[in-house]
Design a protein around this ligand. Structure first.
Ligand SMILES: Cc1cc2nc3c(=O)[nH]c(=O)nc-3n(C[C@H](O)[C@H](O)[C@H](O)COP(=O)(O)O)c2cc1C
Length: 373
């Protein structure tokens, strides 16, 4: 039975060929359980359990394109090569058999160092200007050729996602990784057409990735793009300080072919521009929807008392009220809501919420990162 209180979360949603039974998305979460870059049966079963328990749309953990140094952890899955793609085929087939919908999150980690492992790739690390953060060198500044090959590798991954039968795909343009390193003035000091003083200029790499991907999947395939103001290198960083700057950043990306913007915040209830619409104002996904007209996904500490970066530090969280989320969904501030840790640690989280079984919701402990439940 559905709990009437959470009705707004359980409305169907459609974008192009993607028809979802509810508004809840499993957030992309790196699990590092894919040795040699190949997702195995344990990974397939982990995603299938979420499909069996009412998750509307599953986004995979970040899975990397065919570039020599596109990952920063040896347990991150590839989205290229026969063995890895055969693994992903088993993942999507399992999710579909359980009636679920899923897209891979396509990724290049740029020059970011993993905070989980000291491993580094054998090939030289690459980033827009050879920086990991403002004033901090790491890796090579990308040549024109490296940029063109990266765009082509994103497009090939997209073609593979469609060929394997995935329902959508998400390009990871957030959190200080490669694409975001182009957006951020602090890591993009290029003087060619991929750099510049304006956000629109620094968004060109992302726009070309989106265009390449769109070309690879055709007009009807729904395409998601994840973006964030914050960077793991600097939680307080902001790309867009005003709604106008945000429009200058995001409108070209929607025009390039992104159908859905996945607007990453650490806490979904925080207003993006409180100086414009007050402390109860629109969040990032709310503003992105208003400014671009695209569908948007919000995210950040849904159902939990503490945020996810604190969880990496070992902090536990308690279940938290969904009232604020339901209220924002009812006013159609954004279209979908992604849930990370709550679904990582409890495959039945969505079913429990749907049935109003709130006593059944568990605390989140960092121990959950160590296994695939
Ligand atoms: C273990 C873990 C791994 C993550 N890996 C990724 C990732 O690969 N790609 C990504 O875009 N975000 C990643 N994130 C961020 C989540 O997608 C999400 O935005 C974040 O956890 C906030 O949601 P939550 O508060 O509901 O957990 C990760 C988060 C966690 C906890």
């Amino acid at each position: 039975m559905n709990s009437p209180h959470v009705d707004a979360l359980f409305q169907p949603f459609r974008v192009k060929s993607l028809a979802l039974k509810n508004r809840i998305v499993m957030a992309p979460m790196t699990r590092s359980f894919s040795p040699e870059g190949v997702p195995g049966d344990d990974v397939a079963a982990y995603y299938r359990r979420r499909a069996e328990s009412d998750v509307g749309l599953i986004l995979s953990e970040g899975t990397v394109i065919d570039r020599p140094a596109s990952r920063n952890d040896p347990g991150i899955p590839f989205f290229h090569g026969e063995a890895a793609l055969a693994g992903w085929q088993r993942v999507i087939d399992g999710v579909h058999a359980a009636g679920g919908r899923m897209g891979p999150q396509i990724w290049h980690t740029g020059s970011v160092v993993s905070f989980q492992t000291e491993w580094t790739p054998e090939a030289p690390v690459e980033s827009p200007s050879g920086l990991i953060a403002p004033g901090q060198p790491r890796g090579n500044a990308m040549s024109d050729e490296a940029i063109a090959e990266s765009i082509a590798a994103f497009s090939r991954a997209a073609a593979d996602a469609k060929r394997l039968g995935f329902d959508t795909l998400e390009i990871h343009g957030a959190h200080g990784y490669l694409i975001d390193q182009f957006f951020w003035a602090g890591t993009n000091a290029r003087t060619d057409r991929f750099g510049g003083a304006t956000l629109k200029q620094r968004a060109r790499f992302a726009a070309e990735v989106v265009k390449g991907v769109r070309g690879a999947v055709g007009p009807d395939f729904p395409l998601m793009l994840r973006v964030s103001q914050w960077k793991q290198q600097d939680f307080a960083a902001r790309l867009a300080e005003t709604p106008d700057a945000m429009a200058e950043w995001l409108v070209p990306l929607v025009e390039a072919g992104a159908d859905v913007l996945h607007c990453s915040q650490r806490r979904f209830w925080e207003p993006e521009f409180p100086e414009v619409d007050g402390e109860a104002g629109l969040n990032f996904a709310g503003w992105a929807k208003k400014l671009t007209g695209a569908a948007t996904v919000s995210v950040g500490s849904v159902g939990l008392s503490g945020d996810f970066m604190a969880a990496f530090g070992g902090e536990s969280s308690k279940p938290a009220s969904l009232d604020n989320l339901v209220h924002r969904m009812e006013r159609e501030e954004f279209d979908l809501i992604a849930v990370g840790r709550a679904i990582l640690s409890d495959p039945q989280w969505v079913t429990k919420v749907r049935e109003g079984n709130l006593e059944g919701l568990q605390d989140f402990s960092a121990a959950a990162f160590r296994e695939l439940v």
